[in-house]
Design a protein around this ligand. Structure first.
Ligand SMILES: [Zn+2]
Length: 195
């Protein structure tokens, strides 16, 4: 059945969805009310129209600048550099951090052909050089790419007089920020060290 095969083909492109799960989803949609698949299709269609990137920090937002960048209650002397937009949500959930964010949009990875110029590093340097920023907390994952990116940022940012710190060892080596629990993340922020 072509319609089913086409849907399964698309679903398997989603992260964490194999052929088996895709088939289960497809059969579920076939069985369930039409109103459900219509609502789902509508949500998917509207997602990118209503959520975009903050022009300052690069996080996902419904308004530009995002609520964090525009809040007067946030510490403007502190910028936390993260790999991807969803890391902002993870760190916000820990309720430990009150500064601003900067989404890099990836990590330096020569093997994958990702260099510093492919990331939002120039924007971070510009934001950090205004005199208001005292510390940049690098919250990249403790992987080779995360370490490389952190050291690159340190070399680039330190001449501007900004202190560059890295999250403490709370996140397991090779682990993922996304899967760190709130408490671990909170501890990592408190125990961050100068790079
Ligand atoms: Zn923002």
């Amino acid at each position: 059945m072509q319609a089913l095969d086409d849907l399964v083909g698309l679903l398997t492109r989603l992260p964490g969805i194999g052929r088996k799960s895709a088939l289960r989803v497809a059969y579920y949609l076939l069985k369930t009310d039409t109103s459900f698949s219509e609502a789902l299709a509508e949500r998917i269609r509207g997602l990118k129209a209503s959520i975009s990137f903050c022009s300052i920090c690069g996080a996902y937002t419904e308004s530009d600048p995002c609520p964090i960048c525009s809040a007067s209650t946030r510490e403007r002397s502190l910028i936390c550099a993260v790999e991807q937009p969803q890391d902002v949500v993870t760190i916000e959930a820990s309720r430990e951090y009150r500064g601003l964010y900067h989404v890099l949009g990836g990590l330096i990875s020569p093997i994958d052909g990702v260099g510093p110029e492919d990331l939002r590093i120039r924007e971070l340097v510009a934001r950090s050089s205004g005199g208001e920023v005292v510390e940049v907390v690098v919250a990249t994952n403790p992987t080779v790419e995360g370490d490389t990116t952190a050291l690159y940022l340190k070399r680039l940012l330190e001449p501007t007089g900004v202190t560059v710190t890295r999250l403490a060892t709370g996140i397991p080596v090779g682990g993922d920020l996304e899967y760190a629990d709130r408490l671990t993340l909170a501890r990592s922020f408190r125990g961050r060290t100068k790079l």
